[in-house]
Write a protein that binds this ligand. Structure first.
Ligand code: PHE
Length: 468
């Protein structure tokens, strides 16, 4: 295990796992998914998924990682039998695909930091011109992948831990000050209403599976990222409290990002939030199109300072996530194929970058990738990046969560899971927490995630609606 490294402290693990969870998923993706999902009803379903279904899956992933001290592929075959390696491989593929487009968006965030630093507040109105500028966004994406690979090649405790300790609290502070600012603007109440007052008639199947995919994505679940990180947790640490802290941090940050965004969107659209986000104003461009003009309104100096700091810290939050996404395939190649860490890191990073090129080109530059597929029965084509998101985040991650819970409950067995969790939590066995976790992973997760997986595939990709 000498070349795997380890976290120097319990807090180090929590910070790093929270660093993996907190990223573009919270600040870029969550607000526009809320917009697409019609507002507060989506938020409501999302919160239920996070705390009821995802938290037990997170605990299970960390326990599997700590038990086996291995990457996901090695972990599943060690605790089960060889065929379960494929579950680890599904996780590798998900992580691979996610990082391929995530890196592109992270590059945009970094690019916005530079643009706003140079006082270019107009960038918001020119978002699609920006994403079509392949030289620029390609350059930023390259910078991002190189930085990620550099940190991963330096090993776990050196890179990830130190960075997330300082930067996350700063990011939270900036967002909170933007929340306070957004509340002072006109129409902010309409934004808050859209975000917080649920209209339950809006709950449709796409809202449900959108919220599920978002919950898994945002918590970094279903692909073994937390198995890999769990392999670095000390035997005396309490897995349950760690998982609760990570979930609260992640959900909390997404929640305040929403508190910041919707009053701002309401201000920009003079109260027409729903019309704006659903009429094409939402989507991947939401934060990128709306925030610059808000910063501009703060005046040239303050706007540049706050605006560039915001995008810089967002880039760092994305970096702690890209690092965890890269760590999964790298730890696999290092453990299972005995490749040297540095070689593994650069090899995998280059491969993922190449797989990400269609996502890079599919935001305006290349019509082929911008109008990549048209699902059965759909009116408009879907771009490559969104398509990969539908496949990897919304389909593979919950499928991974389903299989992980089936694996833990019926192959590894609940008693072994309890044994692992009890280390660091002596009163666990027989407690209500144990009953709840066992019930969730044996019955609740397999049924809900299994059924939703089938419905999602039928509805999204084949336009077959079994319900409603
Ligand atoms: N959770 C990260 C985010 O919200 C993305 C991620 C997904 C990271 C899966 C690792 C694994 O930005």
């Amino acid at each position: 295990m000498a070349n795997r490294g380890g976290f120097s402290s319990k807090l180090g693990f929590i910070m790093a796992a929270a660093g993996s969870a907190v990223g573009l998923g919270n600040i870029w993706k969550f607000p526009f998914e809320v917009g697409n999902g019609g507002g507060a009803a989506f938020v409501f379903i999302y919160l239920i998924f996070c705390f009821i279904l995802c938290l037990p899956v997170m605990i299970t992933e960390i326990a599997i990682g700590r038990k086996t001290q291995l990457n996901p592929v090695g972990a599943f075959s060690k605790l089960g039998f060889k065929g379960w390696r494929n579950l680890g491989k599904l996780g590798l593929i998900s992580g691979f695909l996610i990082l391929s487009f995530y890196n592109v968006v992270a590059g945009w965030a970094f690019g916005y930091f530079i643009e706003i630093l140079l006082g270019n507040f107009e960038i918001g109105q020119n978002f699609s011109a920006f994403t079509s500028n392949v030289i620029k966004v390609g350059g930023y994406a390259t910078i991002f992948m190189v930085s990620t690979a550099f940190i991963v090649s330096k090993g776990i405790s050196g890179g990830i831990e130190k960075a997330s300790k300082i930067l996350m609290p700063t990011l939270i502070l900036i967002i909170l000050s933007l929340v306070a600012y957004s509340f002072t603007l006109e129409h902010s109440i309409e934004g808050l209403k859209f975000y917080l007052v649920p209209d339950f008639s809006k709950i449709t199947l796409p809202v449900i599976y959108g919220a599920l995919g978002q919950a898994f994505f945002s918590l970094s679940l279903g692909m073994g990222a937390l198995i890999t990180y769990g392999s670095y947790v000390g035997k005396n640490d309490n897995i349950i409290t760690s998982a609760v802290l990570i979930t609260l941090t992640d959900v909390g940050i997404a929640f305040i990002a929403g508190l910041m965004m919707f009053p701002l969107v309401a201000y920009m659209t003079e109260g027409g939030v729903a019309e704006y986000v659903q009429g094409g104003g939402g989507g991947a461009g939401l934060i990128f199109s709306t925030l610059p003009s808000v910063f501009e309104k703060m005046g040239p100096t303050l706007g540049v300072v706050i605006g560039s700091l915001f995008f810089l810290l967002l880039s760092f939050a994305a970096l702690t996530s890209t690092v965890s996404l890269l760590e999964v395939p790298v730890s696999y190649v290092v453990d299972e194929h005995k490749v040297k860490r540095t070689r593994a890191v650069w090899g995998v990073a280059i491969l993922i970058f190449i797989v990400g090129i269609p996502s890079l080109l599919g935001n305006g530059y290349s019509t082929f990738f911008t109008e990549f597929v048209t699902y059965f029965g759909a009116e408009k084509p879907t771009d490559f990046m969104t398509f990969i998101g539908h496949v990897a985040n919304d389909t593979f991650l919950p499928l991974g969560g389903f299989l992980i819970s089936v694996f833990a409950a019926y192959v590894w067995k609940k008693a072994s899971l309890s044994d692992e969790i009890s280390q660091g939590y002596p009163n666990y066995k027989g407690s209500i927490v144990e009953k709840y976790i066992n019930f969730t992973i044996s019955y609740l997760c397999p049924t809900i995630l299994g059924v939703l997986f089938i419905l999602t595939v039928l509805d999204r990709f084949f336009s077959i609606s079994v319900v409603g």
